[in-house]
Design a protein around this ligand. Structure first.
Ligand code: XMP
Length: 494
């Protein structure tokens, strides 16, 4: 089902103009009773739309519709067993279809306030031992609320509840399929880029730019020009893979620019992570621009902007975010070259992009590839990036990828890679003393890269990786495992 995320400041009239089928009020860290807490335009609650409130959203519904919300004795955090009410009718029954009264279901709680008194015409439809209003429903209007979090993996049947709200309570039709999207996107692109306009697209080797290219290839064929810059900071086999898929399998015009020496030369003596990132970003634009200028009639630049990028650019406070890392992108190009942007993935989340890629016939392994940063191996080599360091980092990374794949962990992890550290330690090989560098293994779980936790890999798998890296990669004398979560660490080391 197609959905959009909007800030709480959205007015009822702006909402109505979008003709929504239903509304979900999300959770949040505030208390509805605190001054200045996020609120909802009261006219939205009067619109007669189906509404689901989750956690803070449920408390907001209760407070604004005439109930009472108070602080819990202690913040409730963790698993709980919710039991559906014995006799369910109307909206509540539709939400909890498939849940039997006698069978408690596991839910995840995280809240500091709770409802103390229901608003008029609301009933409890599920309770836990500590939260009497774990799930509530209006007697006649399609308004429901959940104190727990159906959206997290720790609520095993949460997805079922969200589906029941959207399909059963709100009556939406599940038509937002990638097959439908593909059809519409092709038509939209053909209208947006009429012949004889030409489009250029920077391929990164990752899934987003690959899907953009395949989609445009479907829509405008030979008027699309893909450029892949081999900056020498790529993973093993990456350039050949891109060549095989685009030029050979998809039959799309592809220019591969070999700029390895230029990039490595520009990085000589640079050890500061920000300086590395800036140097790479600037060079990329220079190389790309020079190449793009050779394409006559190029008026558009295609980019793999995704929906999270669109949401995150909405500022509620007007405050500027602090720069943690300068992300590499081609953002400077459209202005410099007077190009118009084409962003066909703006409405999609990563999982949808992957599904669309498969719909377009891209290989499964490419669609489910782990993210790889634009500055590549350069931010995975702490200290100076040289051709010799790149050889070591690339070799270690290839071994990590091979072992993780063989153990079936690739798709369970957000990312898994090797970081080369300029820390030398003493070892012994044969009868000789060694004094070599260190490889840090970084394997994390994450849903969006914004937060992450280190993966609890089986010890046997760690042993295999360590054994192979130490045995096969010349110049590495020690392997360590990075057990830092984000925050406070970041995923990449630079
Ligand atoms: P950090 O290291 O900030 O990374 O925790 C979060 C996610 O972003 C990826 N990353 C990048 N992706 N250009 C990109 O396209 C970049 O410059 C860049 N830097 C980090 C990183 O791999 C992780 O998935």
């Amino acid at each position: 089902v197609y959905s959009e995320v909007h800030p709480f400041t959205l007015s009822a009239s702006a909402l109505a103009a979008r003709q929504p089928i239903c509304v979900i009020l999300s959770g949040g860290p505030h208390s509805v009773n605190a001054p200045g807490a996020p609120d909802v335009d009261p006219d939205i609650l009067a619109m007669d739309l189906p509404i689901l409130g989750i956690c803070y959203g449920q408390q907001l519904l209760a407070a604004r519709l005439g109930g009472r919300v108070v602080p819990c004795v202690a913040h409730e955090y963790g698993r709980a067993q919710a039991r559906p009410a014995a006799a369910l009718a109307g909206v509540g029954a539709r939400l909890l279809r498939g849940f039997a009264a006698a069978e408690p279901f596991e839910v995840w709680m995280s809240h500091g306030d709770h409802i103390a008194a229901l608003p008029p015409d609301f009933v409890t439809i599920a309770a836990t031992p500590s939260t009497p209003f774990a799930a509530i429903a209006h007697r006649s209007r399609p308004i429901v609320g959940l104190q727990f979090h159906p959206e997290v993996a720790h609520t095993p049947r949460g997805q079922e509840l969200l589906e029941a709200f959207v399909l059963e309570v709100a009556g939406a039709k599940p038509q937002w399929t990638m097959a439908n999207f593909l059809q519409e996107a092709v038509a939209t692109l053909q209208a947006q880029v009429p012949a004889p306009a030409q489009v250029i697209c920077a391929l990164s080797g990752g899934v987003d730019s690959a899907v953009v290219a395949a989609l445009l290839g479907r829509a405008i064929g030979p008027r699309l020009h893909c450029i892949f810059v081999d900056n020498g900071l790529l993973r093993r086999g990456e350039r050949d893979q891109v060549d095989k898929i685009f030029a050979k399998a998809l039959n799309l015009p592809l220019t591969i620019v070999d700029a390895q020496d230029t990039f490595v030369a520009a990085l000589a003596g640079v050890t500061c992570p920000e300086k590395k990132r800036k140097a790479i970003g600037k060079l990329f634009i220079d190389v790309f621009e020079a190449e793009a200028k050779k394409i006559a009639g190029a008026q558009f630049l295609a980019q793999g902007t995704l929906y999270p990028d669109v949401i995150e650019s909405v500022s509620l406070t007007g405050a500027h975010a602090v720069t943690i890392k300068s992300h590499h992108n081609v953002g400077g190009l459209p202005e410099r070259m007077h190009l118009k942007l084409v962003e066909p993935l703006r409405d999609l989340f990563k999982d949808e992009v992957r599904a669309l890629g498969e719909e377009l016939g891209l290989p499964h392994a490419l669609c489910y590839r782990q993210p790889f940063p634009g500055p590549g191996l350069a931010v995975r080599i702490v200290g100076e990036v040289t051709a010799a360091q790149l050889t070591i980092a690339r070799h270690a990374d290839a071994i990590v990828e091979e072992c993780i794949r063989a153990a079936g962990w690739t798709t369970q992890l957000w990312q898994s890679f090797a970081v080369l550290l300029p820390v030398r330690s003493v070892g012994v090989m044969g009868d000789a003393r060694t004094f070599e560098q260190t490889v840090a293994l970084r394997c994390v779980h994450s849903s969006d890269g914004m937060t992450a936790d280190w993966a609890r890999l089986p010890h046997d798998l760690l042993a295999t990786i360590s054994g192979r890296v130490l045995g096969e990669v010349r110049g590495v004398g020690r392997v360590v495992y990075d057990i830092s979560s984000k925050p406070p660490a970041t995923i990449e080391w630079e």
